[in-house]
Ligand binder design. Structure first.
Ligand SMILES: Cc1ncc(COP(=O)(O)O)c(C=O)c1O
Length: 436
């Protein structure tokens, strides 16, 4: 095994062997033998994939020594960059004191401090923090709280939308392929409307009082990067209020500055009843939370054991990392930086996107999607960018969107190199089409 090779996180890409290189191929073959398909990172026929070894700042190094610029932020987690020293120091300090606590039985100081910080930050009235281990777990908490508080089993969800793949959150997923194998076990009573549906349609769906909560991604992320139509979230909130329906904002991807506001709902002038967050919060360690108005969690108050918990809930290392992450976001003014990044991304990519037939660019802050005419060019663009040392995600509800979500701390050199590569590969896509 070679030693660490990333000494700084602000470098342009450097490809030394076409990825996936020999070591990635060797490890991929081993993965194919031992891991379950689907989650193993390999293709559907166990095609080999790049294996990451290190990440720092905006750079990722694979096991073959290729250096990439990460425009995925590791699924949006590395909002403050990979492994910033402040987070490493906070985690090391915490590890020197308490590595693991006792979930809902014994708290620790970092957890208390983090709950206080989140309560101060959240655009929720009378906020109470319910920690969770993953984004999907936070959504489960919010769904349970809404159900317990309203007694109404119906749920309004939007298409496209993604909230995680545990059984409760899965019921709200717009993608039928995710739900189909498990349909028999999913909650009934989910009503799905198009994201951005006319307020009158929303009001009609809520009119009979069967729906306890509306669950929405304020900016659709993984399913294709869709900002809401102007005023739409406020109209949704008003329809919810009028019918006594709780509004759950899923800001697992968008929270903590990704879109140029601490939370999208804040920028839209909306105060949800429950807000889910995760991903970036832990700065690379797994932690999430459902933040809700105090009275909604009252049904959880009881003498017996917790109604919703987990062994690793509010993990000490993750709480320490989250506190350091929130400090970094404030100190480095990263919410403002997301806005500036967004302006640059849009200005530099718009001309190249406009040259590709049927393509469009959409996003907000530092979350952008390049929508192409079909899934094949989106996959091709992502694969070609990886070969140039730029990591992006191809996907979305129809598989035709390439998502760009750089760390907010990305330096000029890697960003310039990455944007140049994206523009060049977009031009190449167009010349592929001309050649057909
Ligand atoms: C909006 C949204 N909600 C929930 C989740 C689920 O989070 P996790 O993968 O941490 O369970 C995701 C993950 O991509 C997400 O983007």
């Amino acid at each position: 095994m070679r030693g660490a090779r990333l000494t700084r996180g602000d470098q342009p890409p450097e490809i030394v062997v076409p990825p996936p290189g020999p070591e990635s191929r060797r490890l991929s073959a081993e993965l194919a033998r031992v891991e379950a398909p689907g989650i193993s990172t390999l293709g559907p026929r166990d095609e080999p994939a790049i294996v990451w070894r290190e990440a720092l700042g905006a750079n990722v190094l694979d096991v073959d020594g290729n250096r990439y610029v990460d425009l995925t932020s590791g699924f949006g987690v590395a909002l403050v960059g990979h492994r910033p020293p402040e987070i490493l120091e906070a985690v090391a300090r915490q590890a020197g004191e308490l590595l693991h606590g006792l979930g809902d039985v014994a708290a620790h100081p970092a957890r208390v401090a983090l709950a206080r910080r989140l309560a101060a930050l959240a655009p929720v009235d009378r906020p109470r923090i319910h920690f969770a281990v993953s984004g999907a777990d936070a959504v489960e908490v919010a769904l349970k709280a809404a159900l317990a508080a309203t007694g109404r089993a119906g749920l309004l969800a939007f298409d496209p939308g993604y909230h995680g793949l545990t059984l409760g959150a899965l019921a709200a997923a717009s993608r039928a392929e995710f739900r189909a194998p498990f349909a028999a076990a999913l909650r009934p009573g989910v009503v799905r409307l198009p994201f951005g549906a006319e307020p009158a349609r929303i009001a009609a769906a809520l009119a009979d009082g069967a729906i306890g909560a509306a669950l929405v991604e304020p900016v659709v992320g993984r399913e294709g990067v869709l900002p809401p139509p102007p005023g739409w979230l406020a109209a949704l909130a008003a329809a919810c209020r009028a019918s006594g329906t709780l509004l759950i904002a899923d800001e697992v991807l968008t929270g903590f500055g990704r879109t140029g506001a601490h939370f999208v709902v804040e920028a839209e002038g909306v105060r949800p009843d429950l807000l889910c967050c995760g991903k970036a919060l832990g700065g690379g360690l797994p932690i999430a939370a459902a933040i809700g108005s105090a009275e909604l969690f009252e049904p959880f108050r009881r003498a017996g054991e917790a109604l919703h918990t987990g062994t690793f809930v509010a993990h000490p290392l993750a709480c320490a990392a989250a506190l350091a992450t929130l400090d970094l976001i404030a100190r480095e003014r990263l919410v403002e930086r997301a806005r500036a990044l967004g302006e640059r991304l849009a200005a530099e990519l718009a001309p190249a996107v406009a040259r590709v037939d049927g393509a469009s660019l959409r996003g907000r802050g530092a979350l952008w999607g390049i929508a192409l005419a079909a899934p094949a060019p989106a996959r091709r663009l992502a694969a070609r960018l990886a070969r140039r040392g730029v990591l992006v995600l191809a996907g979305g509800a129809a598989g035709d969107v390439v998502q760009l979500a750089p760390p907010l701390t990305i330096a000029d050199a890697p960003l310039t190199a990455a944007l140049d590569a994206v523009a060049a590969e977009l031009d190449r896509l167009e010349s592929d089409a001309d050649a057909c």
